[in-house]
Design a protein around this ligand. Structure first.
Ligand SMILES: [Zn+2]
Length: 306
């Protein structure tokens, strides 16, 4: 198995098989070793220890100071033998003024710090943020419109309408991201909102009723008008901002004639291996770059693609 991409490593045992046991979850939360991971709006609480940012893990002793009728605990799982819970404090206007949180750290968008975070903190905080975000946007039943309530340690929402009782689960939106090559070059595209020098490989969402290979071929045709073959899976990366899972592929072009039909792309062109190598070497020294796109480009340029 390949090493995990950034945000894909949490070191957690999610203990999914026990999440329905509310008595067990309550006893965990009441234990002295449990820790709390606070979320505020889309921000995670980050401590700056000698310029090395890391997740703030609050002692469970603070649970009763923080938990109120507008918040609930989400069970994330065990990390290093310690139960971790997340708590969303978005209803507070000034959470950093709360006595239990004062001077512990700053609420920060983790995408602004990326690789500076320990890898397992990156995964843990992205997961915690994503599931909190899902609760915020799924407060009502999509089937009947009644309010829903969190269950199973925050991994399900149950409709409160006795005639409905639909269970809702966090969703993950699948997106394919693919490096398309032809001999010694690959296609990179530049989105209209990107700077002149920023290029990346092509990507797009999987549609209902579609295979992953089908989505790869459709997206490449849609964006640059090129038929492809030999689609090979590489690895995946959670990108839960708010809910994507990126599935990385290599594919080969059957034509080199680019015909941009996608409104989002300002340009797309072929880049030779030579052009990419300087950059690829930089990434080879630091193999775990934040995005799977950079990793696929580096591995292809260095000749280590599947
Ligand atoms: Zn309902």
């Amino acid at each position: 198995m390949k090493s995990a991409n950034f945000y894909g490593e949490t070191g957690l045992n999610r203990m999914a098989e026990r999440r329905t046991d509310s008595a067990w979850l309550q006893s965990l939360a009441a234990g002295t070793d449990a820790v709390l991971i606070p979320i505020w709006r889309t921000r995670n609480l980050i401590a700056q220890n000698a310029n090395n940012p890391e997740a703030v893990r609050l002692s469970a002793l603070h649970i009763n100071d923080i938990l109120d009728d507008k918040s609930f605990l989400i069970f994330l799982g065990y990390q290093d033998g310690v139960p971790h819970f997340s708590i969303d404090l978005s209803h507070m206007d000034e959470p950093h003024e709360h006595p239990a949180l004062k001077e512990t750290g700053e609420f920060t968008d983790i995408r602004d710090i990326g690789l500076d975070l320990p890898r397992e903190d990156g995964g843990l905080l992205a997961y915690s943020r994503a599931i909190a975000q899902w609760h915020k946007t799924h407060r009502f039943c999509g089937r009947c419109g009644h309010p829903s309530v969190p269950r199973d340690g925050g991994h399900m929402r149950l409709c409160t309408n006795a005639n409905c009782k639909t269970q809702h689960f966090p969703r993950t939106d699948m997106a394919v991201i693919m490096l398309v090559s032809s001999g010694d070059k690959i296609i990179l595209g530049r989105k209209k909102e990107w700077s002149k020098d920023r290029f990346s490989i092509l990507a797009g969402f999987v549609e209902p009723g579609e295979t992953l290979e089908g989505a790869v071929a459709r997206e490449v045709m849609e964006e640059v008008g090129i038929p492809i073959t030999n689609v090979r899976y590489h690895s995946s990366q959670p990108w839960p901002f708010p809910s994507n899972l990126m599935l990385g592929f290599f594919a080969e072009a059957e034509s080199e004639t680019i015909n941009i039909t996608d409104d989002e792309l300002a340009e797309a062109r072929w880049f030779t291996r030579e052009e990419l190598l300087d950059e690829a070497n930089a990434y080879a020294e630091k193999p775990h770059s934040v995005s799977i796109a950079r990793r696929l480009i580096a591995e292809w340029a260095l000749g280590i693609e599947p």
